[in-house]
Design a protein around this ligand. Structure first.
Ligand SMILES: *Cc1c(COP(=O)(O)O)cnc(C)c1O
Length: 438
């Protein structure tokens, strides 16, 4: 049985009352725009209000891990709701949060990442790490160590601290003048030439390990992360890893940092933490950092940071269920052949006219289109967006980053679903690129 939705009425009210993120709202509200109304999900598939089904080709903006409406996560959430939906994490604790912290710490060697600070979103996970790093250096007697090093085209979220770290010009322009001190570099070799890098005024280097997401799925060279860890160690500064996108199996390992055997000083997790069901984030850090915050109350070492929904039990219960599924369903083992198949399909795609480059890291792919002569299309043409719109008619939902089409289905997506997803991108590219050449 299918629910019946009045799509036109829903669209009209959406346009009257809502404001969507990262969305040019005049276009959205225009008469001829029909917003996609998603009403249901099952596994890697989503269904709209008219009954069309699509492969969730970007995991609902990089969040979904085991598919939609997974019975185990749904049950864990329902069970938690029957007990209590939310209790304060200020002055109290709850069993789901306690168990989750223990499970997260268990992924890392003993004596490394041992403390878990819970918040709500990727941005807040990064924001908390930044504030911890700054306060740590103040309390250690280095108040000048407050600058962050980040990379060109980085994206770390939209709260003001996290946004300061970002390196994408279009996003950055509007916060210019309100940013924290940040130095941006294009790669590792620039680090040594930064004055103050070695025991100067730098608090931490922040990076999306292995692959930059919002930059258009750009991969770092193998070994880069390991070299970065060494450089941070010899300069005596922190390494903050933003695994908000790469965490929870996306790269083929549970965490991207494990692929280069790197342990950061801060690890930021969010999007896939709850399997992509409800908002929850975690900032993991070391006992060395944590201990600096201990003291008598009057010493002022307390970390004065938190949110109303910190430690939310529903989120923690969903996260625990998601971690259980990784074990029960051998998710990472089953992923390996699918990653290999995705590589083959991307290789095939490269012979297609207009496909300029394909990039892959585990189960994450970016497919960049350009003119046949290798020049980028003018961004105003929004060729990538047109391709994604066209892909919808072929049963695939995704979003581009400029002219890079993102393909990163939930980890549960089958070989066949990956094949139909890539076929949809191929068909959509053929449809759109011919006209775009002229
Ligand atoms: C999405 C993302 C963020 C921000 O997370 P939100 O939950 O949207 O605040 C931060 N860093 C990376 C790498 C991301 O992909």
């Amino acid at each position: 049985m299918r629910d019946v939705w009045n799509t036109a009425a829903l669209a009209a009210k959406d346009k009257e009352y809502l404001w969507h993120p990262f969305t040019p709202m005049r276009e959205w509200c225009a008469k001829d725009h029909s917003p996609l109304v998603l009403v249901r999900g099952e596994g890697a598939m989503l269904e709209d209000s008219e009954g069309h089904r699509y492969l969730d080709g970007n995991s609902s903006i990089w969040t979904n891990i085991h598919g939609h409406a997974h019975p185990k996560i749904n049950r864990a959430i329902r069970d938690q709701l029957e007990r209590v939906a939310h209790v304060s994490f200020l002055g109290a604790t709850n069993p789901s949060a306690i168990e989750l912290a223990e499970r997260l710490v268990g992924f890392f060697p003993k004596g490394t990442l041992q403390r878990v600070f819970l918040s709500d979103d990727g941005s807040t996970a990064v924001e908390a790490a930044m504030k911890m790093a700054i306060q740590f250096w103040q309390m250690k007697g280095y108040p000048a160590r407050s600058r962050f090093i980040t990379f060109d085209n980085a994206y770390h979220g939209d709260t003001l601290g996290a946004a300061s770290l970002g390196g994408i010009n279009a996003f950055q322009r509007r916060v210019a003048g309100h940013e924290f001190p940040v130095t941006r570099v294009s790669g590792l070799d620039e680090l040594d030439s930064i004055s103050g890098f070695n025991h100067g005024d730098v608090a931490a280097v922040v990076i999306e390990p292995l692959i930059q997401g919002a930059a258009g799925m750009r991969t770092w060279p193998a070994g880069m992360l390991r070299d970065l860890r060494k450089k941070c160690d010899s300069a005596g500064i922190f390494l903050i890893l933003d695994e908000v996108m790469t965490g929870f199996g996306r790269t083929g390992a549970m965490f991207a940092c494990q692929r280069e055997e790197v342990i950061p000083d801060f690890l930021c997790l969010a999007k896939g933490l709850t399997g992509g069901y409800v908002p929850l984030a975690a900032t993991l850090t070391t006992e060395r950092v944590f201990e600096a915050f201990l003291g008598n109350v009057e010493d002022g070492r307390t970390f004065y940071y938190g949110h109303s929904y910190s430690g939310n039990p529903v989120g923690c219960a969903a996260a625990l269920a998601s971690l259980d599924i990784f074990q029960d369903e051998n998710v990472l083992e089953n992923l390996a052949p699918k990653i290999a198949r995705l590589s083959e399909l991307l290789e095939d795609l490269r012979s297609e006219p207009g496909i300029y480059e394909t990039r892959q890291c585990g189960y994450i792919a970016g497919i960049e289109v350009r003119r046949r002569n290798g020049e980028a299309f003018p961004w105003m043409r929004r060729v990538g967006a047109q391709i994604c719109l066209e892909a919808r008619r072929h049963g695939l939902l995704t979003r581009p980053v400029l002219d890079t089409i993102v393909f990163m289905p939930p980890l549960c997506a089958t070989l066949e679903q990956v094949e139909t997803g890539i076929a949809a991108i191929r068909a959509a590219c053929r449809d759109v690129l011919v006209g775009a050449e002229t």
